[in-house]
Design a protein. Sequence first.
Length: 410
Amino acid sequence: MVETRKGGLFVPEPEVRPGGQPDFSNVKIPRAGTVERPPVDVDPRDIRDMAYSIIRVLNRDGEAVGPWAGTLSDDELLEGLKHMMTLRAFDARMQTAQRQGKTSFYMQHMGEEAVSCAFRRAMEPGDMNFPTYRQAGLLIAGGYPMVDMMNQIYSNEADPLKGRQLPIMYSSKEHGFFSISGNLGTQFVQAVGWAMASAIKSDDRIAAGWIGDGSTAESDFHAALVFASTYRAPVVLNIVNNQWAISTFQGIARGGSGTFAARGLGFGLPSLRVDGNDYLAVHAVGKWAVERARMGLGATLVEYVTYRVGAHSTSDDPSAYRPKTESDNWPLGDPVIRLKNHLITRGAWSEERHKQSEAEVMDSVIVAQKEAEKHGTLHAGGRPSARDMFEGVYAEMPPHLRRQRQQAGV
Ligand SMILES: Cc1ncc(C[n+]2csc(CCOP(=O)(O)OP(=O)(O)O)c2C)c(N)n1
Ligand SMILES: [Mg+2]
């Protein structure tokens, strides 16, 4: 790792900055199919080396190989491809909508679609995700209506959250998607707490917590691991390592631990790393961890190795801090193209069908967008009533809020 010194202090630095030649030679990538698949009741002490490897299923020829292959049928894979393509088209339209002033803010998932889309398919109804803003794929793959997502983004009169959340901070209890909190790291402690409550009630529902590479530097991450490991909470703890935390590279939060997964070793947690751009690998590892949790065997820490291709948000310009062509050099490729190629190799898909499907998916997103825009956008059309801001917190409204509502005249 490159380091600078400030007096006696060592400061990790990214290998390359804008203008430099992208270099991922430090990312060690094992061949697909080479990492073992232990039984779910394995003793975590016997698989410590998995925190330093990467579980991969899809090889360079688009074949599914090794012990983690075989969890999904052709139809399930085609569905997964459609979910990822939908998320990508959704992102493209909403990014443009933000530039057109229809919403104040948007965050894309480009390059990371497999992580949330495939993981969602490893869960069961009743399980609960505690997501960040980078997991809208959980909703899309979980069948949540796109129109409702757009209504939320536009804060319009049909916004299910009535304008009370930042755009993209969705919430749907029915779809196992806990209200997104902008305060990163909270997702981990809340997921562990929810999972502990489920276990206390002898329920078999499990939780999944989500955190980014950068946010693992928050105290909440470490506190969550204490409770998750001590009480063997039925939770899957997902770290999405997309290499960047806005403009801060992953080496700062990772520090001397070698990998993010390795953070779990000191807690005695099974700690796996997986190719986050490999839909099949994400699904297989998700299934393994979910099953472990559901069987009462405790928490699993999973690091998804991926890359944030787009800007952090509509308020960010990555060309200020990383080479423009860095994403082209990312060695794990594009999750959509890799699954497409795999399906072609299986004889279940073709380039022509893919092109046609791309157009159909985009059409369905545009139809949803037109429907949502009938209910208004940020500066035009219907908006939530000011009265809504007084609702939804207290079962019985306390007197001071009633007074404020009267003063507001709503
Ligand atoms: C507790 C907290 N501190 C700081 C922020 C501001 N913030 C928003 S996103 C972000 C970067 C997060 O990076 P990472 O955890 O890697 O997630 P990614 O955006 O890459 O998915 C920061 C610092 C925040 N939202 N919450
Ligand atoms: Mg990140």
